[in-house]
Design a protein around this ligand. Structure first.
Ligand code: NAD
Ligand code: DAU
Length: 379
């Protein structure tokens, strides 16, 4: 039941979008970016379970500006078929933009079960609900957000393209690979109008501080160790989150049904370079001698770089990721707008500035904040 290669989602600009995982890092940036687009007049329904990684503080100004009119939050699990179906029907959803996932590789090593549950069963459940409710409609879209990690690990040369065979190495990447296969199977078998994207490492505002960049910034500000796994020479390709959000929008607008698009920063960096880069930016923004916390906790520290500690490597640590994103550039006209130096500087400055958000996330209060400020109030 293939659909022909050139079908686009022609109603993108006025669609009711179900954004799964919209309270997370990339999902919340996507919601902010799509609602501020001049060319978009539709509604956004943020469907999120609010796990440890879901934080509605990421969207306070969106709730204030658009809440109840063009933005709605629905707390729910993507594994809950009846709830997903009810929400799809109630909001007359035209497109699912599927971010919700367990996203942290280290957590998948220590506890893979949630990853199988959410990333595989959750994606399956969403696909089933969409298939049942859309019942063969072709004027709808299911966009699945995936990762470059499904392609495995590169040596010193080469790039992942859309046709690189899958070779996932961690429970996280294996679960994302499985979900990608399910999405493609629903296109080929049932004709569900899908698109997919596989993206490299994102960074930017609202990044949860278990990941390398925000962890390094926040640990450094507090005078804590900056853990660098192994020899620090593993390479990641970094993309500013706004550029990822724009790429997803271009796919919704112009992407062809059944197609996969690789998205990348074309910006390879060794982890140690990234960590040193952050230290140097912090040195300008919050010089070590002016940092009270460092004076108290680590009085011997003369520069942020002194906090760097090489620690035991991540098991199965992929050595290098690098993306060839020529397809989305040539076919959809997308390109990155941030260079890494600019993006990293803005990101570090954002974490330095947003002390309330940082404090709430660091001490776990963001979850209490959600209960009192969000669920505790009437609209
Ligand atoms: P995140 O961990 O910051 O956010 C995940 C969100 O999903 C959270 O809000 C969480 O509450 C929600 N969620 C988790 N389980 C759920 C469930 N069962 N039901 C409903 N909601 C649930 O993740 P992120 O970094 O924003 O990544 C978003 C997506 O992008 C993921 O699919 C990830 O695989 C993919 N991706 C991430 C990156 C990156 O660098 N962060 C790169 C490429 C692809
Ligand atoms: O490539 C895309 C992927 O990027 C996404 O699919 C994942 O959801 C996202 O979490 C990210 O995965 P990584 O494992 O690459 O990101 P993380 O920030 O955890 O680690 C980046 C690199 O830094 C990696 O080589 C491991 C290393 N690292 C990480 C942490 C948390 C350290 O050296 N020290 C650390 O403390």
């Amino acid at each position: 039941m293939n659909q022909g290669p050139d079908t686009v989602f022609s109603r993108a600009t006025t669609a009711n979008l179900l954004v799964t995982g919209g309270a997370g890092f990339i999902g919340s940036n996507f919601i902010r970016s799509v609602l501020s687009r001049v060319g978009f007049s539709g509604r956004v329904i943020n469907y999120d379970k609010l796990t440890y990684a879901g934080n509605l503080m990421n969207l306070t100004e969106i709730e204030n500006e658009f809440g109840g009119r063009r933005y709605f939050f629905e707390r729910g699990d993507i594994c809950d078929f009846e709830n997903v179906k009810e929400v799809l029907a109630r909001f007359q959803i035209d497109a699912v933009v599927h971010f919700a996932a367990e996203s942290h590789v280290d957590r998948s090593i220590f506890g893979p079960k949630n990853f199988v549950e959410t990333n595989i069963n959750g994606t399956f459940t969403l696909l089933e609900a969409a298939r049942e409710l859309w019942a063969g409609r072709k004027d709808v879209r299911f966009h699945h957000i995936s990762t470059d990690e499904v392609f495995g690990s590169l040596g010193d040369t080469g790039f992942f393209s859309e046709t690189t065979p899958y070779d996932p190495r961690s429970p996280y990447s294996a679960s994302k690979a499985a979900s990608d296969h399910l999405v493609r199977a629903y296109f080929h078998t049932y004709g569900l109008p899908v698109t997919l994207s596989n993206c490299s490492n994102n960074y930017g505002p609202y990044h949860f501080p278990e990941k390398l960049i925000p962890l390094t910034v926040l640990n450094a500000l507090e005078g804590k160790q900056l853990p660098v796994y192994g020899d620090g020479n593993n390479v990641r390709d970094w993309l500013y989150v706004e550029d990822h959000c724009d790429a997803i929008w271009q796919i919704l607008l112009k992407g062809r049904t059944g197609e996969t698009y690789n998205i990348g920063g074309e910006c390879e960096k060794q982890n140690i370079e990234v960590v040193r880069g952050i230290c140097d930016i912090l040195e300008e923004l919050v010089p070590v001698d002016s940092n009270e916390k460092i004076r108290k906790r680590s009085p011997g520290i003369k520069a942020y770089r002194d906090l760097i500690a090489f620690v035991t490597d991540r098991p199965g640590h992929d050595r290098r990721y690098a993306i060839n994103c020529d397809k989305i550039k040539t076919e959809l006209g997308w390109k990155q707008t941030y260079d890494f130096e600019q993006g990293l500087r803005e990101t570090v400055a954002w974490f330095v500035r947003n002390t309330q958000w940082v404090e709430a996330v660091r001490n776990g209060d963001y979850q209490k904040w959600i209960e009192t400020n969000y669920f505790g109030r009437t609209r």
